[in-house]
Design a protein around this ligand. Sequence first.
Ligand SMILES: CC(=O)SCCNC(=O)CCNC(=O)[C@H](O)C(C)(C)COP(=O)(O)OP(=O)(O)OC[C@H]1O[C@@H](n2cnc3c(N)ncnc32)[C@H](O)[C@@H]1OP(=O)(O)O
Ligand SMILES: CC(C)C(=O)C(=O)O
Ligand SMILES: [Mg+2]
Length: 555
Amino acid sequence: MNFKKYQKNPVINFPDRQWPNKEINEAPIWCSVDLRDGNQALIEPMVVEEKIEFFNLLVKLGFKEIEVGFPSASQIEFEFLRQLVDRKLIPDDVTVQVLVQCREHLLKRTFEALEGIPRAIVHIYNSVSVLQRDVVFNMNKEEIKKIAIKGTKLVKEYAKDFPGEIILEYSPESFTGTEIDYALEVCNAVVDTWGPTPENKMIINLPSTVEMNTPNVYADQIEWINRNIKNRDSIIISVHPHNDRGTGIAAAELALLAGADRVEGTLFGNGERTGNVDILTIAYNMFSQGIDPKLDLTNVNEIIEVYERLTKMKVHERHPYAGKLVFTAFSGSHQDAINKGMRALRERQSKIWAVPYLPIDPSDIGRSYEPIVRINSQSGKGGVAFIMETYFGYKLPKGMHKEFADIIQPISEKQGEVTPDQIMEEFKKNYIDKKEPLHFRRCKFEDISDNDDGCTHAIIYYTNHGVEKFFEAVGNGPIDAVQKGLQKELNINVKILDYNEHALSGGAGAKAAAYIHMLDLSSKKATFGVGVSSNITRASIRAIFSALNRLGVSE
Ligand SMILES: CC(=O)SCCNC(=O)CCNC(=O)[C@H](O)C(C)(C)COP(=O)(O)OP(=O)(O)OC[C@H]1O[C@@H](n2cnc3c(N)ncnc32)[C@H](O)[C@@H]1OP(=O)(O)O
Ligand SMILES: CC(C)C(=O)C(=O)O
Ligand SMILES: [Mg+2]
């Protein structure tokens, strides 16, 4: 590859940087630019009614600052803002933001669009980078700075006659490709011209219009401006990362460490080229660290539905937090760990989420547990056991996990994913309904001892290949009596190695499941049998017969 065609983008010499020692402890001011930066990058930009629906979603999610477009650019953008005003759709605590170039006729039109609004952010920008100054504007630094100053003066003039409150936002566009001291010089000139105060702040927005370097370089740039800009207490430092290198989220998070107060971005990172930074992911990242994200993102499915329908874009299956597959584990060791982690959480009744491989509780954002574990040929015994427990309530004894997983594995190898219903079907076929040739019918137990050690007399009625039979035996309990009867009366040489039982569901009609681990003393083969009944003793005798049939032993 012809890598010599490219060169490194400059970094800044800033050994005194402080951001690596900082932590994120609170949510920034969020500003959605979905309706402008996101919309301008769509194959089919939204029409007015679609924009209104999107705006309502953003309000519902809790955004307090929303860039509603570039009203001077087209009739549709203008009309949308007018609709928001005329239909009184802007809540009192939400400030709309409008983007405009530093040009008089565009600013005039922008203020016409704002008529009747009590408070708005007017966002002006001009490109200041080395490259754009050269090839786009063909202007020197002084001339470029003058565009910014002129734009600021124009806003000031229009704002003077505007009945509502106007907050100025200035973006040195292409900031990441600009000499840092020159970017500061332009920003300071804008600050001087506008004259913000701690009571009436302005916004300086530092975009990585094109992401050009590793996120630490962006953090250095933000911290350097943060520490050197004039009247810092009168300024809100905002960042506007794009995602050209795929590190938009990291850039935004490091920029917060570097002192940014505000983040502009979009839902799911829609935007020019590889997109704007995804605000949802930053917010969910905060949430996962125990920080209030100051957005209500509890129903990610609803956000996805509205977003996909209106933008005609798709949320990728592996998109952080929102993707269809992100709360799903296919591989066996992950499934096993999730299974154990969830159980530990339940048993310990812990209020703090700690489950391996799941950074957050899916139900906190409107996702369900069900698809967490899906069974394919990469799944192990833990996953199958997890499905049996969470979907159907069967707590298979640990020793049985491998035996049952070995029944499912060839099916998954042949067909791919195996659904929970199919797994249950196999469980029934191989265990619960394993009733041939020996089919247990009914039993009668009598306690024939008068001391606590107990002695049980059992009569077991069963069919062998459909022929009705019974045997009688005595043991120190029902299971022991049946085992002895099998040996003495039916000449079946088996040993019961282990026994487990549990209730299957609550309520009056509750059933119990019993698991018998049985060794065939002749063949030395061992297997599990499972029985289900509303009576626990009957469930255990059924489990014994299930195991006998699985071992293939008979009288
Ligand atoms: C990084 C970003 O996302 S920035 C936002 C980008 N979004 C958009 O541009 C979408 C909406 N924009 C538009 O529809 C159009 O650009 C309009 C309607 C705003 C303006 O249209 P036009 O004037 O026809 O074209 P255009 O935007 O190319 O402007 C070109 C002129 O404006 C100048 N200019 C460009 N940006 C700016 C700016 N921010 N401030 C002042 N002047 C500017 C250019 O130097 C050029 O001047 P020249 O004609 O003397 O060469
Ligand atoms: C208008 C500016 C802030 C912008 O969208 C960018 O630089 O990406
Ligand atoms: Mg942008």
